[in-house]
Design a binder for this molecule. Structure first.
Ligand code: BG6
Length: 490
């Protein structure tokens, strides 16, 4: 990472859970590592009636809860200011401008402003309009905005929101967060594919049988019932995180490492996703909702019994699907995706299953006729492994599966920064690769809207999977009908 960034960071939603758990600890970490040698000031905006001192105390606790031995915490807290503000009030933005100019002067911030919208999406458009009208976006340095998800509720609302924001910020000033893009192993996909000679020649339909992308969680929806009821797993996870992983796995080599070149290739993948007709959608996509069950020896309630959830809710907490990419590299290779809450284990994992080698015919005693697999473990373990076949050490010609594992060493793991730390730093230096471009968002919404529209027509039979399982049995069927299975235990 380069050092020396200076900025006034203004966080809307500074007293929310995301700010305390992720944003302040991440910014603090950057500060402690010396990335703000030039200058930094932070304005936290919230509805609560806090004084700056009270706010500093809350942030201090949040940092201490998340970071071991924060040695420079007192110096950091001095850069923090609180402003109670109703984001609908026009006048409050004039006060914010005055405060911003004073801090800019006092801390020599070079007129750089980074706005962070960590708040309910219904305010995104309102805030950006006011920022522009009040003059807060007339800057001497740069102006950038980081926007949390969800970015819209479907393509139409996302387009509306985008048009609103674009009145105040250009595309190259908008940093739409997908926190999966900040994860070390997701960033590693590109390095593995394009930094090695051995994978790229095989990375196509001649050698790859199928790709499996899983993000399963043991957690339920916790206290997010109200949000989740209007979202569901399709919009909460597939539209963003899962399709982002698919686009990185499937994209063509970019002509350079410039963010515009990389994102262009990702857009091409999303544009090439096969648009399924309603019957194909019913066949290729499975939805599920968790029932109660025992996890870690404790009873956990059904989704319909969670707080702020309708007792007859048809919101899906699980999605599995088979995606096809219509281009010459991937024709005929299914990309299976799967995500769910209250599943057997927390795992973000990508499996590339290669076609079986015809030599298996001669070595028929090779355990299970094992295909080669490249497995990328994103979470909780970080690393990757290659599963190959080798000779069993005996006198017969028996074969056995051999796993060549790489697990991130503990010392590197300790240095692994949180995804948010990576992303906030990128935004501060204007690096957009790991943020979602509008074109990516547009095509993923199109894809997801088609599924949602078909699902709306039919009542699902929910709940249909037990908490602590691998999801509904139709998810297994999706692959078994193609003669395949999910790789659950690698
Ligand atoms: C968020 C979703 O985007 O990602 C949550 O809104 C989900 O519902 C979370 O729990 C999962 O993130 P991670 O990094 O724990 O896989």
């Amino acid at each position: 990472m380069e050092k020396n960034v200076s900025s006034l960071i203004t966080i809307f939603g500074a007293t929310g859970d995301l700010s305390y758990r992720k944003l302040f600890p991440s910014i603090y970490n950057l500060f402690q590592k010396g990335y703000f040698e030039h200058s930094l000031a932070i304005i936290g905006i919230g509805l609560n009636e806090f004084t700056t001192d009270e706010f500093r105390e809350k942030v201090k606790n949040a940092i201490q809860n998340n970071i071991e031995n924060p040695k420079k915490i007192d110096a950091f807290l001095k850069l923090l200011f609180y402003k109670q503000q109703d984001v609908n009030s026009k006048d409050s933005y004039h006060e914010l401008l005055k405060m911003s100019l004073e801090l800019d002067d006092k801390f020599d911030l070079k007129g750089n402003r980074l706005f962070y919208l960590a708040m309910s999406p219904k305010f995104f458009g309102i805030v950006t309009n006011h920022l522009q009208e009040s003059g807060l976006t007339n800057v001497k340095g740069y102006k950038r905005i980081i926007i949390e998800k969800p970015f819209g509720d479907d393509l139409k609302s996302a387009e509306k929101l985008n048009n609103q924001i674009r009145k105040s910020f250009k595309e190259e000033e908008i940093f739409r967060i997908d926190h999966y893009l900040g994860k070390e192993m997701i960033q590693n996909i590109e390095r593995l594919r394009f930094g090695n000679t051995i994978f790229e020649p095989l990375w196509n339909n001649k050698y790859i049988s199928n790709v499996q992308v899983t993000s399963s969680e043991t957690l339920g929806i916790e206290d997010r019932g109200a949000y989740y009821e209007s979202s569901g797993a399709l919009k909460d996870m597939v539209q963003n995180h899962l399709l982002q992983m698919v686009s990185l796995l499937a994209m063509e080599p970019p002509i350079s490492r410039k963010s515009s070149d990389i994102r262009k290739e990702k857009v091409q993948v999303l544009k090439s996703l096969k648009c399924f007709n309603p019957n194909e959608i019913k066949k290729n996509f499975v939805r599920g909702q968790y029932d109660g069950g025992r996890m870690n020896n404790e009873f956990v309630p059904a989704y319909r019994n969670e707080p702020n959830v309708d007792s007859q809710s048809n919101t899906e907490t699980f999605v599995a699907g088979k995606i096809e990419i219509e281009n010459s590299r991937w024709a005929g290779v299914p990309f299976y995706i799967r995500t769910g809450k209250r599943m057997k284990k927390k795992s973000i994992q990508i499996v590339i299953e290669f076609k079986k080698n015809p030599m298996h015919l001669y070595y028929s005693n090779c355990e299970q006729n094992a295909p080669n697999l490249l497995v990328l473990n994103v979470q909780p373990n970080e690393g990757f492994s290659l599963c190959v076949n080798g000779k069993k050490s005996n006198q017969n010609n028996e074969m056995q599966k051999v796993k060549l594992p790489y697990t991130m060493p503990i010392k590197d793991k300790m240095n692994t920064v949180d995804a948010y730390e990576n992303l906030i730093y990128d935004a501060l230096i204007g690096e957009q690769t790991n943020f979602t471009h509008w074109e990516e968002l547009k095509h993923s919404w199109k894809f997801v809207d088609d599924i949602e529209n078909v699902w709306k027509q039919e009542q699902p039979q929910f709940p249909n999977y037990t908490s602590g399982s691998y999801g509904p049995k139709e998810s297994e069927k999706l692959l078994s009908e193609d003669g395949l299975n999910w790789w659950n235990n690698l």
